[in-house]
Design a binder for this molecule. Structure first.
Ligand code: GLN
Ligand code: ZN
Length: 777
């Protein structure tokens, strides 16, 4: 049993770890290149960790008592857990993990692969835009405690004078996020190994206690998800089983069991009864069990257990309504529950500091809270809990003022935009029927097994340099546009030579498929330093959607119509869909997402209209994030699907029957949203399929999918050039399950990350494969 200690009144679940200026990215990438050695990488990492701890204390988290979470990972927190459990898949057994850099070498081999090893697969972490490295588990995976990194951080913190709290992905979530390795037997599920894994966690906890850790945080977001292999009720039972063991362990730190990213209301009474010292609940996405709160049942369950109330939003960048948050904390306190103020989740999903933004409008800035501001808000609320509301009245009043200012500011509500969105009805979300469209689109002269690409062509160093020079003012707009036109012409000629049927302009003008639109729409702002880790050393800079959205001028028309002017073949106009624009931005939190999506949709609708007027006959609206935003909570999914599908249809339904609407969905796991994909009613849908060897086609066939479908035959995630035979084979597999008339032939995704040599070779083979299948049919 741990020595009973309480968490101080303020904590957070974690802090961004890439560094204010992405220092970790630079250090890790330099290490990969061999420019710095492991000792130097470790030095930078340790300096970052020290800086983070000092910053968190400066912002108001107590240095003592485990309030400061250890917030570090060289690459990914799930991969950290894999290493802590020594759960290295058998296929990596030959990676040399000995020697001074052995731990790093093994770690990065799993993350990135090498000449002889495919890396661990990456997939989305719950409903965020963060990706984790998927553990591969089987009956023989040898689990053994390897707490060296965690222990090292605890000691490092103590030397700095901070009693920090190590953070580990909890055992149930770890196994539920894992996949069965290729060596696993039929029917094996990683969660079958729970007892083995829990035993190793107990050993890790013992090592942490020996190193002087007073608290440890175990993250179990599996508790809030309906999208995992086992139903939520079973997740809760598994958590109970695991924490009965961990809580009963002889020597361990106090345990904070966290349930971030969603609603744990139904589980909270049972979680409070577990033999752990604190439980965190996300009270932004989730709610409190109101009945249990009022009846006193919740307080009884939490007797002797602290409740970390996640009232500060860790997913978004808006200043918290402190008064509303304080009221909720007060209700818990009044019910007799020992409350700690916390965040809804790890702050790894928000940028570091609003103070780092020098170009944002000052008024907009005052509405925002990045990680540093959120920590300070947590500290203020905690002071109110301890000292009483009067002690923080000045801060509460200041937030009231700022929120009122935001609500009334010009641009936040634009009457004309709102009136138009409200007037849009079902008719505006419906196109002509399928048969009419098919007939009308015959004029396009598109062959069976038509070949096309997903939109982007390789973003060469030359393109990036030209864009940077333009941004710095070294190229005039006319010079930059001249450069882009030359690039478009080159890409069009190349596609003609290769023999593709439907061409694209190549997207050279776009830094990013969302930011580009954000920069060209009213209602958005972009940041300078607002980086957020998306995976490993990769970070994105989400735009901020703060006001009513409208389109001041056409965005893509110049490029698409120029491209079309160069060729007889149809050129696809290329837009990013409303759901994806929302998913990859920080979106206003003062109205339902569906209302915001409708505004974006109307702006895109106008863009499509202008594209068509300029002679474009095919428009693709990408929605790779459609699956990502699907709520973890099954009860909220129907509403989501209605507004998300509705916004796509609102964007595209202004198109006359002869205009062919395409969409692109990146991922291949869409079982859950197959109705939604059908609901988009796009004339052609391209999806990722090469790696799964067309697995996605079967469910579509069974579903009776009747429109065009382009399952990818070329895996663009690797530089490997797929042969004609290979791609022919994939088309044949698809054609067995879906009528050939419906099939398109395309790569899995855009080509922007690829080099030209492999792209040309692969696309040439792709066109030959389509010709071969056509000839045989
Ligand atoms: N049209 C985009 C491209 O080709 C699609 C990218 C995506 O799906 N993520 O780059
Ligand atoms: Zn894609």
């Amino acid at each position: 049993m741990p020595i009973s200690r309480s968490l101080p009144a303020a904590t957070i679940l974690g802090y961004p770890r890439i560094g204010r200026r992405r220092e970790l990215k630079r250090a890790v990438e330099a290490y990969w290149k061999g420019d710095v050695d492991a000792a130097e990488l470790r030095r930078v990492a340790s300096e970052l960790r020290a800086g983070t701890r000092a910053r968190l204390v400066e912002l108001g988290l107590p240095a003592a008592g485990g309030a400061v979470p250890e917030s570090f990972s060289f690459y990914d927190q799930v991969l950290d857990a894999t290493l802590a459990l020594s759960a290295v898949p058998g296929r990596f057994a030959d990676v040399d993990g000995s020697g001074d850099d052995g731990d790093l070498a093994r770690y990065f081999a799993l993350a990135r692969g090498d000449r002889d090893h495919q890396p661990l697969e990456m997939t989305k972490w719950f409903d965020t835009n963060y990706h984790y490295s998927v553990p591969e588990i089987d009956e023989r995976t040898p689990f053994a405690a390897n707490p060296a990194w965690l222990v090292g951080q605890v000691s490092e913190a103590r030397e700095q004078g901070v009693e920090s709290r190590p953070v580990i992905v909890g055992p149930v979530t770890y196994l539920l996020l894992a996949k069965a390795s290729d060596e696993a037997g039929e029917g094996f599920r990683p969660i079958d190994r729970l007892d083995d894994v829990v035993a190793v966690y107990a050993e890790i906890l013992r090592a942490l206690a020996e190193a002087g850790a007073t608290w440890v945080q175990l993250d179990e977001p599996a508790l809030v998800s309906d999208s995992l292999a086992v139903p939520r009720s079973e997740v809760l039972a598994l958590v109970e089983r695991a924490y009965a063991v961990l809580g009963g362990a002889e020597e361990r730190p106090s345990i904070l069991l966290a349930a971030p990213y969603g609603d744990s209301a139904e589980a909270l009474v049972r979680l409070g009864s577990l033999p752990v010292e604190a439980v965190q609940a996300d009270l932004v996405r989730g709610a409190l069990p109101q009945a249990a709160l009022e009846s006193g049942e919740l307080a009884r369950a939490f007797a002797g257990t602290q409740l970390v109330a996640g009232v500060v939003d860790g997913r978004n960048i808006w200043r918290t309504d402190l008064r509303a948050a304080f009221d909720r904390l007060g209700a818990l306190q009044a019910a007799g529950i020992e409350v700690v103020v916390g965040t809804s989740n790890n702050l790894q999903h928000v940028p570091h500091d609003v103070g780092d933004e020098s170009k944002l409008d000052a008024r907009l800035k005052s509405w925002l809270a990045f990680a540093d501001q959120k920590v300070a808000q947590v500290a203020v609320l905690a002071r109110g809990l301890v000292e009483g509301a009067e002690a923080i009245e000045a801060e509460l009043a200041e937030t009231d003022r700022v929120l009122a200012d935001r609500a009334a500011a010009p641009g936040v509500r634009v009457d004309a935009v709102r009136a138009r969105a409200e007037a849009a009805g079902d008719d505006d979300r419906r196109r002509a029927d399928e048969q009419t469209r098919r007939d009308a689109q015959r004029a396009l002269g598109i062959p069976r097994f038509a070949t096309t690409t997903i939109g982007s062509f390789p973003q060469t160093g030359e393109i990036r340099r030209a864009r940077a020079a333009f941004t710095r003012g070294e190229l005039t707009q006319e010079e930059y546009h001249e450069f882009l036109r030359a690039e478009i012409e080159r890409v069009i000629r190349l596609q003609e030579e290769i023999g593709l049927d439907v061409l694209v302009h190549g997207e050279a003008e776009r830094n990013d498929m969302v930011q580009y639109f954000a920069e060209n729409l009213d209602g958005f702002a972009v940041t300078e330093n607002g980086w957020v880790q998306s995976y490993g050393t990769r970070a994105t800079r989400p735009s901020i959607l703060w006001g009513d959205v409208s389109r001041p001028a056409p965005i893509t028309v110049e490029w698409s119509s120029f491209a079309q002017s160069l060729t007889e073949r149809p050129v696809k106009g290329m837009l990013t869909g409303p759901v994806t624009i929302l998913a990859w931005s920080f979106v206003r939190d003062d109205q339902p997402l569906g209302d915001t999506a409708a505004q974006v949709a109307l702006a895109l609708r106008d863009e499509i209209d202008d594209l068509v007027s300029a002679g474009i006959r095919i428009v693709q609206v990408d929605e790779p994030a459609l699956r990502e935003l699907l709520p973890l909570d099954a009860g909220r999914q129907a509403d989501y699907l209605e507004w998300s599908v509705g916004s796509f249809r609102l964007a595209t339904s202004g198109a006359e029957p002869e205009v062919q609407i395409h969409t692109h969905l990146c991922y291949s796991e869409f079982g859950e949203i197959i109705d939604a994909i059908d609901g988009l009613a796009a004339d052609v849908t391209s999806i990722e399929a090469a790696r799964s060897r067309m697995d996605v086609v079967e469910p579509l066939g069974e579903h009776g999918y009747s429109r065009g479908i382009g399952p990818g035959v070329y895996d663009i995630h690797s530089p490997r050039v797929p042969s004609v035979e290979e791609q022919t084979e994939l088309i044949r597999i698809a054609a067995e399950r879906i009528p050939g008339e419906q099939l398109w032939v395309n790569p899995d995704c855009g080509l922007k990350t690829r080099g030209y040599e492999e792209t040309v070779a692969s696309l040439t083979n792709l066109v030959r494969a389509a010709q071969a299948v056509r000839a045989a049919a």
